[in-house]
Design a protein around this ligand. Structure first.
Ligand code: FE
Length: 201
């Protein structure tokens, strides 16, 4: 079995936002899909390590802002590489957001649409929970192309700097672990991806 086959799957990229007890939070996900037409249903799988996961389990409502090819790396750093447990991800970003009818934030810059969902079911998948939602609202924001996961890696993520450092580089965010051996249970301190997402440099 070659798990690199998984990298041949195509994904979009989204900012998933929710709100609980007056607190807004959000994270980057790549797993929003339309899964039924009548009634209109979408699914999103969220890593249990994300604070947004715990909030969504309780709130049962979310917005998925669809990132476009105009999205900057700043959006990925802001929503993907920090935790809402100890930071307000929207601080200094207020002018690039708006609120939809459900009262939740959506992202207005570097996006081409948003979809509002009410969770109607969830499935425990181990590392992730899959939330199944009815679509309560959705709007177009621009005609820009949607960013795919491949597009992010080729065009948005900064190119690795030439470095004297020896060790392992995170393929997701570029963090470098210095050392001869990367522990199997190592987790990237920046983007929280596991040792299997590191390459030797
Ligand atoms: Fe990383």
């Amino acid at each position: 079995m070659n798990t690199n086959a998984m990298f041949k799957l195509s994904y979009g990229l989204f900012v998933l936002t929710t709100k609980l007890q007056g607190k807004d939070n959000g994270c980057i996900v790549n797993t929003v899909q339309q899964i039924a037409d009548k009634p209109l249903r979408i699914a999103v799988a969220v890593n249990k390590a994300n604070y947004t996961h715990d909030m969504l389990k309780q709130s049962g409502i979310f917005n998925a802002s669809i990132l476009s090819e105009k999205a900057t790396f700043d959006i990925f750093k802001r929503f993907g590489f920090a935790s809402g447990r100890d930071t307000d991800k929207f601080k200094g970003f207020e002018d690039k957001t708006a609120r939809s009818e459900n009262g939740l934030i959506y992202i207005t810059e570097g996006t081409n649409a948003y979809i509002s969902g009410n969770v109607v079911d969830s499935v425990d998948l181990g590392s992730h929970t899959m939330f199944i939602a009815e679509v309560t609202d959705c709007e177009l924001l621009s005609q820009d192309n949607s960013a795919t996961y491949d597009f992010y890696h080729i065009n948005i993520k900064p190119k690795p700097q030439a470095t004297e450092k020896k060790g392992y580089r995170c393929k997701i965010c570029g963090y470098v672990y210095e050392g001869e051996n990367l522990p199997d249970d190592f987790v990237c301190p920046i983007c929280k991806h596991p040792a299997s997402d590191f390459e030797k440099i």
